[in-house]
Structures are given as C-alpha cells and as structure tokens.
Design a protein around this ligand. Structure first.
Ligand code: TRP
Length: 352
C-alpha cells in the first residue's frame, strides 16, 4: 500500500497586480513544490481580502486576475488544485468553531491586527475600514483554511509565519480540549527571499509603490528602471582583492537594487561583467539600466502572453475554480463534521 501523500497548502491574497517580490518570494516556490510528490492546494483568499478592500467589485476581479497571473507564471492547473476560499463556505463554519477555543489576548498579539491598530492610533482617519472583528479574527480564519484540508505543510513568507504558528496553537488547544481531531501541520521552514524595492528600500511592496510588476510592458519597465536613483557617487570600495568575485561590494541603495535584479535575471557572465565595471568605477549606469530592462522584458514576455490568452475567459476561469472547490469539499466537510461531533453539536444537515 502506498503511503498517503502529504498535503501542501498556501493562500494568496488577491491584491491586484503581482510583482517580482511576489514571484521570487512565493510563486516560484509554489511552482517548485508542484514537482514534488505532495498534493498541492493553493487558494485565493477572497474572504481575507474583505478585511481591507472596500470596493465591492474589486475582489471578484482581482481574484480572477490573480488566478490568471499565477497560471501564466507556471502554476499548473493539472498538478495543483487552485480554488477560491469562498467557494468552500464550510471554512467559515470551522472558523466559528475554532473561535470558541481562541483567546482574544492571543489574537491581539497578531501582527496584522497590531499593525492596523498602531496605524489607527497614529492617525484615526488613516484608512476606510474600521478595526473589525474580522480583522481580529484573521488568524482564526487562516487556521480554518489550513486545518480544514488537513495540511501537512504551509509554505509562507516571514510575514505570515506567526499566523501559521497561531493555527498550530489553535489546533493543539482544540485537540487537547475535545480529543485528537485536527491534524497539526509541521512548523514553517522556508527561507524567505526578500526582493528590494526599486526605491532602494528593503522590500518590494505594493503599498510602497516601488514594484516591478510581472505584467509590466517594455515601456513601463524601461521607465521604472530608468527612474531608479543612481546619481549618488559609488561608495569607496573595499579594495580587498581576495573578496570572491560574486560578492557584492557596498553600493548606494539604487545601484544595489539594479545589481540584485541583474543577478537574479541575467546570465552570470553578464552580471560579473557589470560587477567588474563597478569595481573599476566606469560610467555605465545607462547601459546597466538598458540591459536590465531587456532581461526583465524577457522574463515578463511569456507571462504576459499567457495571461492574455483568449482561452482564459472569465467564464472558463469561474468553471475551473468551481470544479476545484468541489475536489476539496469532501475533505473539508469531513474535518468540519469531525469538529462538530467532537464539540458535541452533532451532524450538519448539508451532509447525508
Ligand atoms: N494571510 C495570507 C497572506 O496575507 C493569505 C492566507 C490566507 C494564507 N489563509 C492562508 C496563507 C492559509 C497560508 C495559509 O498572504
């Protein structure tokens, strides 16, 4: 008898256009994981998006666009099950049940909640959305997402690690109180790749307006890259001639970003060639920018083409998402039923 396959699960917030930070921080690892021998489940977290998006039509649109972009990047619908969170409404019931074993104090330490609270304290009018029950309960809903499919492993970036740990804590507490019911996932172990923003800041992020997007056309790419600040003089180089060739010398932030991206996208000899120019303090930033823009465009071109494939109509994507939710529904209902029974409220009516 073959061993049961492991389940890998991760959620994706439908946040509009995806950028290089998303790609190298998450999408790439999702694509790699689907070549392994676990069952991969990825879902678009549209319930979670309701904590921030105020425009009703935006979430629906962003969900479909997000799915199209992921598939265009190489997430293979034949090998990964990609569904929409709200197509599995029993997640909401599990979230309610898990809420009964979750302390408010635990939730108040959640990063998403704490961030919003401190932004509101700094400026009460900062954003349209209130400090909602939904936001406080964000980690409980996330726990439900994870536990409902009996996930073994949950690959996430650093910013979500705490939430996954909270899911494990909640599951443990449930099992302790009601008997072994929920599968506890393994702790997250993934080195997060952090792509610097085009403004030279530590991290590329949508809200910082410093992103290079996967669907940017060549004109936009060139404009963004030309806009990277390189007017600062090169820093004094450590003239340590023993330093390995690949190690980046100290650079002003904008220049550092260009090299970082070039290293990611261009062949090694191109990268080393430009590194040599930097060490020799040649004047070459214009050329570096043009070269980098070309590699970015080469990277984006197949994604854009696949994204625009006319076969990807909204209707076909809808049908695809629904079919996938149906694949996950049996295991999800099984988990919810087990929790209902463990807690003593009996079977649900939606299952014969
Ligand atoms: N909160 C995650 C994010 O912002 C998305 C998410 C929702 C998720 N539910 C999840 C990730 C469950 C992993 C597992 O990126």
């Amino acid at each position: 008898m073959s061993a049961k396959r492991e389940v890998i699960l991760s959620g994706i917030r439908p946040t509009g256009r995806l950028h290089f930070g998303n790609y190298f921080g998450a999408i790439q690892s999702f694509i790699r994981l689907q070549d392994g021998d676990a069952d991969c489940y990825y879902f678009i977290a549209d319930y979670h998006a309701l904590t921030t998006i105020t425009e009703r039509r935006e979430i629906y649109r962003a969900t479909l666009d997000m799915l199209k972009t992921y598939v265009a990047c190489g997430l293979d619908p034949a090998r990964s099950v990609i569904y929409r969170q709200s197509d599995l409404p029993c997640t909401a019931e599990l979230s309610l049940l898990l809420g009964m074993v979750t302390n408010i104090g635990h939730l108040e330490r959640g990063t998403t909640y704490k961030d919003k609270l401190s932004r509101l304290e700094a400026d009460p009018k900062v954003e349209g959305n209130p400090l909602s029950f939904g936001l406080l309960g964000y980690p409980v809903l996330m726990a439900a997402d994870i536990l409902i499919v009996k996930a073994d492993m949950v690959p996430v970036g650093d910013d979500q690690r705490q939430h996954v740990e909270m899911a494990c804590d909640i599951a443990q507490k449930f099992n302790h109180r009601f008997g072994e019911t929920l599968k506890i996932p393994r702790p997250v172990s993934r080195e997060a790749v952090r792509i610097p923003g085009l403004d030279g800041s530590g991290k590329m992020g949508k809200s910082d307006n410093n992103t290079l997007d996967l669907l940017d056309d060549p004109k936009t790419v060139l404009k963004k890259i030309k806009g990277v600040e390189t007017s600062t003089d090169p820093l004094d180089l450590d003239t340590d001639s023993d330093a390995p060739e690949m190690v980046l010398p100290k650079m002003p932030p904008g220049v550092g970003v260009l090299y970082y991206l070039l290293n990611l996208l261009a062949p090694e000899e191109v990268y080393l060639d430009f590194l040599g120019k930097y060490r020799r303090k040649e004047k070459f930033y214009g050329m570096l920018k043009n070269t980098l823009a070309e590699y970015v465009n080469q990277f984006n071109a197949p994604i854009i083409e696949k994204y625009n494939d006319p076969a990807n109509s909204d209707e076909s994507i809808e049908a695809f998402l629904r079919a996938n939710a149906e694949k996950v529904t049996p295991v999800a209902l099984d988990t919810v039923e087990a929790c209902r029974m463990a807690m003593g409220i009996g079977h649900s009516l939606y299952r014969a």
